[in-house]
Unconditional design. Structure first.
Length: 186
């Protein structure tokens, strides 16, 4: 009986150490390799911000291997990427109200589905899945669109999420040899 009590206390101490020391330490270590980035666009009545963590390519094949095709990706590293708009937007003729959303994607070779989700979880993947399952709640999707992929002339080392107004304003996501553009209108 004494052994079982000791075993239970030991297990509890190990669990508490993992929750309060181990997991925060692991999260902090991953942030060293994928620094936080912010992109903003505040012109022509738009007030847009994207916050994300930018992982590196490191001689890896990104899309189709590190980031598998046809699986939802947290679109960056660490916490989910967030997209904030100060005004209602039209995205591919769908309406996205002003607010902050988590941004998720489902990459494929020829097109991506981009999700704007009302729920913003603490971390982008589940720890128990080893990072293979996202924490996205599909029932909280405010809007999703499918956009074509484009090839980059040369590989891009770090994930970059930014705004491009050279033609029509768009949210661009680029990494390795792939880029996608999500058209944004008022």
């Amino acid at each position: 009986m004494k052994f079982l009590k000791w075993l239970g206390i030991s297990a509890l101490v190990l669990i508490l150490l993992m929750v309060f020391v181990g997991i925060p330490y692991m999260k902090e270590q991953t942030k060293k390799h994928s620094p936080k980035k912010t992109s903003t666009y505040t012109q022509n009545g738009f007030d847009l911000t994207v916050n994300y963590s930018s992982p590196s390519k490191k001689d890896r094949v990104i899309f189709g291997e590190l980031v598998p095709y046809n699986n939802v990706w947290r679109t960056g590293a660490n916490e989910p990427t967030t997209f904030t708009t100060g005004t209602t937007l039209a995205i591919s003729d769908k309406s996205l109200p002003a607010g902050t959303y988590s941004l998720w994607t489902k990459p494929n070779k020829d097109s991506w589905i981009v999700y704007f989700n009302k729920n913003i979880p603490d971390w982008g993947v589940t720890i128990m899945s080893g990072g293979k399952e996202t924490t996205r709640m599909p029932e909280e999707d405010a809007l999703f669109v499918e956009v074509p992929t484009h090839s980059l002339g040369s590989p891009q080392e770090n994930l970059k999420i930014d705004f491009d107004d050279s033609n029509q304003l768009s949210l661009t996501i680029s990494w390795d040899k792939t880029t996608v553009n999500v058209p944004l209108k008022k």
